[in-house]
Design a protein around this ligand. Structure first.
Ligand SMILES: C[S@@+](CC[C@H](N)C(=O)[O-])C[C@H]1O[C@@H](n2cnc3c(N)ncnc32)[C@H](O)[C@@H]1O
Length: 377
């Protein structure tokens, strides 16, 4: 259906374009004709994006086009080996510009927008993740909270304002993120929130933690997907468990590989591999993997919820917006070669255009949250 409308759009708009161009060239200037044809082309592309269907057919054609741009990635897909340097380069070079762009589409904040009860308020929809953590903080008093992979610190700063007597520490392994978070803390005079550069797998080395009490809560929002090998996930879980007070909780809000990842269609699995690659992730942990690791470290799972259906419309919108760009794989390749920033931005586009395919029917990816509690010994 989508394809049909697009073809009709092109068929109708081209003759109109040609006639109008001739008319305009004759009676006005060629610049006007150029403007007119540009507008007509944009309208056609928008029509194409708006009427596309998220299904096996569009997945197959998207993969075909992506393969032309990402030939090396496709070749290396099964043996991805992204390092901490790749992740740091990605977040260092995409942070400011891409986040500004994302803000235009999803409003303030840059989390997966959830189509939940706040259906008409984009601020709450992008802050829903912070509100989940806030609710967890209220359900049991917390004095000290650690955020892992805090990025520019928005969650901790928001929570710090809502819970003035709780102290928050945010850590991230990208210096640019931490300096942006510190600037934001300074701007809002947040005296109960501090930030520090630290890797999630080496939390014991935190400077701010030295010789002080354990944390009542540790949380990560869309960051622990970067614990993308068994070794990293195990190291993080071990460190987190050792830093929690008895009864303390670990909250993970994120995208995960689905339990059906290994058995879903080859195409959907490929969509997930590409989505991970775009974010420089080797293999996102599955929810069950976290549950097993937590158990091994004396943490009990107290909540396990999925929001995949609520997250899908956001990623579907991303897919729709990026789809016209996929029509020009050569142009994308050219742009990605312009600079490291352009390369990382095109990389984001890769993820944005494939997450929805992976998440469809929860087949290869899911979105949700897990809460673990350290058992009183
Ligand atoms: C998608 S951003 C989310 C940022 C933040 N949690 C938020 O909600 O705004 C993921 C963050 O995880 C950080 N990250 C990735 N790997 C990490 C690691 N090994 N240790 C600490 N932070 C990491 C990245 O630098 C990035 O800032």
């Amino acid at each position: 259906m989508g394809k049909l409308v697009a073809v009709v759009g092109v068929v109708v708009s081209l003759p109109v374009l040609a006639v109008a161009s001739l008319y305009l060239v004759g009676w006005s200037s060629s610049a006007t004709a150029l403007c007119f044809s540009t507008v007509a082309s944009v309208v056609t592309l928008l029509l194409y994006a708006a009427t596309s269907e998220l299904d096996n057919f569009s997945l197959a054609s998207d993969l075909l086009r992506l393969r032309r741009v990402y030939t090396p990635e496709f070749q290396r897909m099964e043996l991805k080996n992204y390092t901490a340097d790749d992740v740091q380069s990605y977040y260092t070079h995409t942070t400011n510009r891409d986040y500004r762009l994302l803000r235009k589409f999803v409003g303030e904040g840059h989390h997966t927008r959830l189509s939940t009860i706040f259906s008409d308020d984009s601020h709450f929809r992008t802050s829903y993740q912070s509100l989940v953590v806030y609710a967890e903080c209220l359900s049991k008093p917390v004095q000290r909270v650690l955020e892992v992979g805090c990025g520019r610190g928005r969650c901790s700063l928001l929570l710090g304002q809502m819970l003035r007597t709780t102290s928050f520490v945010g850590v991230d392994n990208v210096e640019l993120q931490i300096s942006a978070a510190r600037d934001a803390a300074y701007a809002c005079a947040a005296d109960n929130v501090s930030f520090e550069v630290c890797d999630a797998t080496r939390l014991g080395k935190m400077r701010l933690h030295q010789e002080i009490e354990p944390f009542d809560m540790i949380f990560g929002v869309e960051s622990l997907c970067h614990m993308d090998t068994e070794t990293k996930a195990a190291a993080f879980m071990e460190q987190a468990a050792s830093l929690l007070s008895p009864g303390g909780r670990l909250v993970i809000i994120d995208g995960f590989r689905s339990s059906t990842f290994d058995t879903c269609s080859d195409e959907q699995r490929m969509a997930m591999l590409l989505a991970e690659s775009g974010f420089r992730i080797n293999a996102m942990p599955a929810m069950q993997q976290w549950v097993l690791l937590a158990k091994k470290n004396g943490l009990r799972c107290v909540r396990n919820l999925t929001f995949t259906d609520e997250a899908l419309p956001f990623w579907e919108l991303g897919w729709r917006i990026s789809r016209p760009l996929l029509l020009f794989p050569g142009l994308l390749r050219l742009v990605s070669m312009l600079s490291v920033e352009c390369r990382e931005t095109v990389s984001t586009l890769l993820s944005v255009s494939t997450v929805a395919h992976a998440m469809r029917n929860g087949a290869a990816a899911e979105y949700g949250y897990l809460v673990f509690e350290r058992q009183n010994l």
